[in-house]
Design a protein around this ligand. Structure first.
Ligand SMILES: *[C@@H]1O[C@H](CO)[C@@H](O)[C@H](O)[C@H]1NC(C)=O
Length: 636
């Protein structure tokens, strides 16, 4: 090699980021009244060749394609040479006496793996958006937001500096707000966007705790410095980890802060596919993977992660089996898989969590895009009960839905199998936390139930769609993106596990090793037979509308209504009634008024105009003065 590898890696990565940054400016908004084709707008002149819609998108798509392939070079260089010096500082940002912040990047294997996957998935999703958003009045704004989101995500995953990480962290949250509320005419979309912001803010509180404590404990905001300091486990250190866990809970929609993820399905489907399944929601897990040396030797923290993750997984899986909206089902399955990633953090296997992030990105993006294709083709119908026989009109999408469902439930040699089964196998090799492990296994069982449920409702029932459905599978933007993701779903697991990540070697008995697969097949067989036997029963008798699971465990009723009511009544009773209208008023304005009024009243009463009374008062006063002077003289 002429050049040190780390230099090649960082140069290519930085170039990709810069090209992505410049491509933001390609998406000019032609409807902008201030815009004129001859004007320089943001430094880049508008060129018809760059106009995404006039030119059949080929220009921008080929840029993204080239970038996605280019990102493979640093990935393989990282794998082959395993460079040590991958911490690249571009410039000093600012320096305080003993503390300096520089724009540092950590282009290591973890980042490069995620980077390639993110670029490949975004490439497909953007291509899909050309199909999906083609009737939107301002599609260029939409693409621009998607690219800005991708840049923020890259900053978040590549940076070695917590300050920069925070910018990416907030950036993806804000972009998610903008993209969820893309269709601002829908009140639901506005509500969901605000919900996303509020839940993200709760997670950010944890992030700020992590920030400030890392400064207190390590006097550094440099991630690789923080994680290499071998410090004793103090209370503050634990608090720091709790902050990180809250931050990850908020970003990755773990139980407690999960309602924003299904609510985010109000946004356009490409947004659900890119932000709320494959990239943004895994940011919390990725953050925990990055700081994994901090909690390697803290079993308490690991148990917390394990319990939180398995609770999330079981909650989302039970909820998913009783939803009717196809996007909601896929959203809850995402939450469930995020829970499984958290379980793998809890098992102290951050690399496997990363592996699951990667395989999950392909299959979940594909599932979302397929559901988008179905929704478009059925005139915006999202209820799976009104689908059926879709393979007659949408053969390609149907194949992808089946492939995605099988991969999600962990059928061998598809993407989900490699990573998901690995997590479950490792949990079995170390039965330290039986509750967490049992819940994860149950969630796995339910995964195959809800996967088969989508397949059943989409294909096995008699067709109910209208004969004039606007199907458009011949659109290459749709079929190419789906097929590319399908290809990824088939090979990603095998490819990553055999060439990129080295998986830990686990020795467990044959029975235990195949337990996860057995449970998956059991779930498939059970739900398939049940659905087929129930297919003649009217639907209304099958699903009572008010069950525990179809109401998401009443979590939102409790948290959103009850907590609001609680805070409202307590503020009314404690603050308003007790303090404001109680103590303050009785001591302050009203109290003083009453006091002086009653004093004046007493004084008035004493002025009775009876001469006898005045005489008595005069004599009494005289005697009092006499007595006092007597006492005074005698004491001398
Ligand atoms: C949603 O919010 C946007 C901007 O905040 C506003 O223009 C729009 O009217 C809102 N839509 C509804 C239905 O309230």
């Amino acid at each position: 090699m002429f050049l040190p590898t780390y230099l090649i890696i960082s140069t290519i990565n930085a170039s990709i980021i810069i090209i992505l940054f410049m491509s933001i400016f390609f998406f000019q908004n032609q409807n902008n009244p201030n815009f004129s084709p001859n004007n320089l707008s943001l430094g880049v002149s508008f060129n018809q060749a760059f106009n995404t819609f006039n030119n059949n998108n080929s220009y921008f798509m080929s840029i993204l394609k080239a970038l996605a392939f280019a990102s493979l070079i640093p990935l393989f260089l990282n794998v082959l040479t395993n460079p040590t010096n991958i911490n690249i500082a571009f410039s000093n940002w600012f320096t305080e006496a003993s503390f300096s912040i520089s724009t540092q990047f950590l282009f290591d294997l973890k980042f490069n793996l995620f980077f390639s996957i993110a670029l490949f998935v975004s490439w497909s999703i953007l291509e899909f958006s050309f199909y999906y958003m083609s009737s939107d009045p301002t599609p260029n704004n939409f693409f621009r937001l998607l690219i800005i989101f991708l840049l923020n995500m890259i900053i978040l995953t590549s940076t070695n500096n917590i300050f920069l990480l925070f910018i990416g962290w907030e950036g993806v949250g804000f972009l998610s707000f903008l993209l969820i509320s893309w269709w601002t005419t829908r009140a639901n979309a506005n509500n969901s966007a605000i919900q996303a912001v509020i839940y993200n803010r709760i997670g950010d509180a944890g992030m700020l705790v992590f920030f400030s404590l890392s400064l207190t404990l390590f006097n550094s905001w440099n991630l690789s410095e923080i994680t290499s300091i071998n410090n004793s486990i103090s209370f503050l250190h634990f608090l720091l980890l709790v902050g990180a866990l809250i931050a990850a809970t908020g970003k990755s929609a773990q139980f407690g802060l999960h309602p924003r993820l299904p609510a985010a399905m109000e946004g356009p489907t490409p947004v659900s596919a890119l932000l709320h399944s494959s990239t943004m929601v895994v940011a919390g897990i990725f953050f925990l993977v990055r700081i994994s040396p901090l909690y390697e030797n803290i079993p308490t923290f690991n148990s917390w992660c394990l319990i939180l993750g398995s609770l999330t997984a079981i909650f989302a899986a039970t909820t998913a089996i009783s939803q009717h909206d196809i996007k909601k089902i896929i959203a809850y399955s995402t939450t469930s898989q995020l829970g499984l990633m958290m379980v793998s953090i809890g098992l102290n296997q951050p690399n496997i969590a990363l592996f699951h992030i990667c395989t999950h990105a392909f299959l979940k993006a594909m599932l979302f895009l397929s559901s988008g294709s179905i929704i478009h083709s059925l005139n915006d119908e999202q209820d799976i009960r009104k689908m059926g026989g879709l393979h007659f009109i949408l053969p390609n999408t149907s194949a992808c839905i089946i492939l995605g469902s099988l991969a999600l439930s962990g059928i061998p040699f598809l993407a989900g199998f490699y990573s998901k089964d690995l997590i479950l196998e490792i949990s079995l090799s170390n039965l330290s936390n039986l509750l967490g492990i049992t819940l994860s296994f149950l969630a796995t069982l339910l995964t195959s139930v809800y996967s088969i449920r989508i397949v059943y409702f989409c294909f096995f029932k008699t067709p109910t769609f209208s004969p004039l459905s606007p199907t458009s599978e011949e659109d290459p933007n749709l079929s190419n993106s789906l097929n590319r993701l399908a290809f990824g779903t088939i090979i990603a697991g095998w490819f990553i596990s055999s060439f990129i990540l080295t998986n830990p070697h686990i020795t467990i008995s044959f029975v235990l090793k195949n337990l996860a697969l057995f449970i998956t097949i059991l779930g498939l067989a059970f739900s398939a037979s049940m659905l087929l036997s129930l297919s003649n029963t009217p639907l209304t008798s099958l699903y009572s509308p008010n069950t525990f699971t179809s109401n998401q465990w009443f979590f939102e009723n409790l948290s959103h209504s009850f907590l609001l009511l609680l805070s409202f009544t307590s503020s009314l009773a404690l603050s308003t009634r007790n303090l404001d209208r109680g103590w303050t008023e009785n001591l302050g304005p009203q109290g003083i008024g009453h006091f002086s009024f009653s004093l004046a009243q007493k004084y008035q009463d004493s002025q009775s105009a009876y001469i006898k009374q005045y005489l008595v008062f005069s004599i009494l006063s005289f005697m009092l003065i006499f007595l006092i002077s007597l006492l005074y003289n005698s004491s001398k």
